[in-house]
Design a protein around this ligand. Structure first.
Ligand code: AMP
Ligand code: ZN
Ligand code: FE
Ligand code: FE
Length: 287
């Protein structure tokens, strides 16, 4: 049975590597019973205004968020940042820098794929992205539609996952820098899908010292045992247990909107962990 949750704190739209425009994403979440949704597109807040407008008409509260994918020896460390301000120009400048590096990386991976005999074009990849923050999912879609792989997910396994032939490392933030960036702009950082981290128990104290406030304990692919383990770790480190679907609308990755049960108090607990920004329009002027 698919669980139903009124809270979904991890969703992606066409503004990054999801398939639905923000308004359509919110409509689908609302139809599934979601009442509080974080729009957490990679390295952008571009969809937030559209999502808020759609949510207002449907009774869905939208939390502005982003997911920062980092580069380090700790595996795939993705940091969600909640309650960020789309009008924060200094933050937008940093996000634009990250998106430029995403674009360059996708270009390099297209070159790599072409050298391996997979004749996909950068133009087609950009068309598929429709102006959204570029990522490997757009490459996977191009490879799939060209018939080079049997499924969207197979593109990752065969060609573009870490340690695969066409993989190119990211130029971007380290995990600690991602946490610090979110805090500097008044956001509340939570570690996404901790199962993709290598060395979680060792990394966590460092992230907490940098300002980490939450951890995504509730996630579609977690076993009950792993969720219990994470809830224990969260309690030990004083982290808010967050959760979400990571819905993209592509392949098997992520769950359906609202399908991962998330305790409603996670939202208020996260709000209670907000601190004043040190950079940007709302920075504290005291001291
Ligand atoms: P990028 O930030 O460009 O490296 O792309 C990472 C994104 O690709 C993640 O946020 C997921 O949406 C997706 N992804 C990563 N690994 C897989 C996988 N094995 N299968 C399907 N999607 C994946
Ligand atoms: Zn994604
Ligand atoms: Fe992620
Ligand atoms: Fe995600």
């Amino acid at each position: 049975m698919i669980g139903r949750s009124a809270v979904d704190l991890h969703t992606h739209s066409l503004r990054s590597d999801g398939t639905l425009p923000p308004a359509a994403l919110v409509r689908r979440a609302a139809a599934n019973g979601v009442r509080i949704q974080a729009l957490s597109d990679h390295d952008t807040l571009a969809g937030v205004d559209e999502a808020i407008a759609a949510g207002a008409a449907l009774g869905v509260r939208i939390i502005p968020a982003t997911e920062l994918n980092t580069e380090s020896e700790w595996g795939d460390v993705h940091v969600l940042g909640y309650f960020l301000d789309p009008a924060d120009d200094a933050l937008e400048e940093r996000l634009r820098w990250l998106r430029e590096h995403r674009g360059r990386r996708v270009e390099l991976m297209v070159e790599r794929l072409r050298a391996l005999g997979y004749a996909i074009s950068l133009e087609r990849v950009l068309e598929l992205a429709q102006g959204g923050s570029l990522g490997r999912p757009h490459l996977a879609s191009a490879l799939f539609e060209a018939g080079y792989v049997p499924t969207y997910d197979a593109a990752f396994e065969a060609l573009i996952a870490k340690d695969s032939p066409a993989y190119v490392a990211r130029v971007g933030l380290t995990p600690l820098e991602a946490v610090a960036l979110i805090r500097a702009h008044g956001g509340v950082p939570s570690l996404a899908h901790p199962g993709s981290v290598i060395g979680l128990a060792a990394l966590l104290p460092q992230l907490v010292a940098a300002g980490l406030a939450g951890m995504e304990c509730h996630y579609g692919s977690h076993t009950p045992e792993f969720t219990a383990y994470l809830l224990g770790l969260a309690a030990v480190h004083g982290l808010v247990a967050t959760g979400g679907s990571d819905f993209h609308g592509r392949g098997e990755h992520g769950a359906e909107l609202g399908a991962v049960p998330v305790p409603a108090d996670a939202v208020w607990m996260l709000e209670s962990r907000q601190r004043p920004a040190t950079i940007g329009p709302f920075r504290s002027r005291e001291g």
